[in-house]
Design a protein around this ligand. Structure first.
Ligand code: FEO
Length: 398
């Protein structure tokens, strides 16, 4: 992809990664982009972020189509994760910038990533303005979004927020703006990004969204580091982020399970029927079929999560353990949780289901449903009743 001119003096100079399929455990089935931006002021020219190391040559090629790299004065590194800084050492060698701006925490991270560097780093510790001639860059630290060192950069004269990972989506497209693509897919990918990257730091996100209201006005562009730039439906994505950050959920439950010989699967279907009987919208996810990162996306707007497993070798199924570890890190707090499963000669292993949901700050119902060997008609009736119990609990909250 060639660079894209956004306004008279601002370009997208990123790269599209059509082939990415995994981002530290998050399935990126539609690839991603690593966005970087070049902003020309009257006095200084600034490059915001770089790309993953594998794409360094492509990135430099893109940059050269807009500017002689040596004419770039400053580099701003909003986020130190390797998908944005992998190319930074080579780019700094080429650009020889006067200054490289980042937070103090980011300097620590960068020095941990790239040993022995000698870059002209200038640290940003609080919200503050930098004049580049006719344009201002307001640095807005965004601690824990989603690393402790992150920040965003706001350019009031352009109404642009260069927002690092915030508002992003892992989606490789030839289009660059939100209004050029299918809205259903755009919002699914934005929700998937929030659920898998930011859900665990929703309190910090809420603080940032409040700060955004005081530090910025007339936002015209949300210039994300992945996916489509928001220029049309900015109110829509801000509303969604408010909802997700506040963990506002609805009349929806997710039944997620792993099954060895089909017994836990039968129980899942009975629980789903009980939920449906109570008028709840349900997503039933067999972990052999549905990737953990899609299940977490379904949980984002769900008020209840019911988790099941078979017992294997005195433990739960590895695929369920994988999911619970992932979910615990993303803290789906406040949702109703319930457990179920099947076992042969010892059900003790299944208590980890409820324990892990409690550790993930969920409100776990007593009396999980466990069936010995293949569930009987009575076992399935009890599962149906568990679904109804979860459904009733959910409706009482709405
Ligand atoms: Fe896009 Fe947190 O890296």
């Amino acid at each position: 992809m060639r660079p894209v001119k956004i306004t008279e003096n601002v370009w997208w100079v990123g790269v599209v990664d059509w082939d990415l399929r995994d981002f530290h455990g998050y399935e990126t089935e539609k690839g991603s982009t690593y966005n970087a931006y070049l902003v020309k002021g009257n006095d200084k020219t600034v490059l915001f972020d770089t790309v993953k190391a594998d794409y360094t040559d492509k990135f430099i090629h893109n940059l050269k189509q807009v500017i002689d790299p040596e004419k770039i004065d400053y580099i701003v590194s909003n986020h130190s994760e390797m998908d944005h800084t992998g190319a930074l050492p080579e780019v700094i060698k080429l650009v020889k910038p006067e200054k490289v701006f980042m937070t103090r925490k980011a300097e620590e991270v960068i020095k941990g990533h790239f040993h022995g560097l000698d870059w002209p780093i200038e640290t940003v510790d609080k919200t503050g303005d930098l004049d580049i001639g006719g344009k201002t860059i307001r640095f807005i630290p965004t601690p824990m979004l989603h690393w402790p060192e992150s920040m965003a950069s706001y350019i009031p004269e352009e109404g642009m927020l260069i927002s690092n990972d915030i508002f992003g989506q892992h989606w490789a497209t030839s289009e660059r703006y939100d209004d050029e693509v299918a809205q259903g897919e755009l919002y699914w990918q934005a929700a998937k990004y929030y659920a898998n990257i930011f859900n665990g730091v929703s309190n910090a996100m809420k603080r940032f969204l409040d700060k955004l209201k005081t530090e910025t006005k007339d936002l015209k562009y949300l210039m994300v580091d992945h996916g489509l730039i928001w220029r049309k439906d900015i109110p829509g994505i801000l509303n969604k982020y408010d909802q997700w950050a506040e963990q506002r959920t609805g009349n929806k439950a997710v039944v997620v399970y792993g099954t060895m010989w089909g017994s836990t699967g039968k129980m899942a279907r009975a629980i789903t029927s009980g939920l449906v009987e109570e008028g709840i919208s349900v997503k039933e996810c067999d972990l052999k079929i549905t990737h953990r990162s899609d299940v977490i996306t379904e949980i984002l707007e769900a008020g209840a999560v019911v988790v099941g497993s078979s017992v294997l070798n005195k433990g739960i199924l590895p695929i369920v353990g994988d999911f619970l570890t992932y979910m615990k890190g993303l803290i789906p707090r406040g949702r109703i949780g319930a457990a179920f499963g099947s076992y042969g000669w010892n059900d003790g292993a299944l208590k980890v289901l409820s324990e892990t949901m409690a550790e993930a700050k969920m409100e776990v119902l007593d009396n999980p449903e466990f069936a010995n060997w293949v569930p009987t008609h009575d076992d399935l009736k009890r599962c149906f009743e568990l679904g109804k119990r979860v459904g009733k609990g959910l409706k009482e909250r709405l």
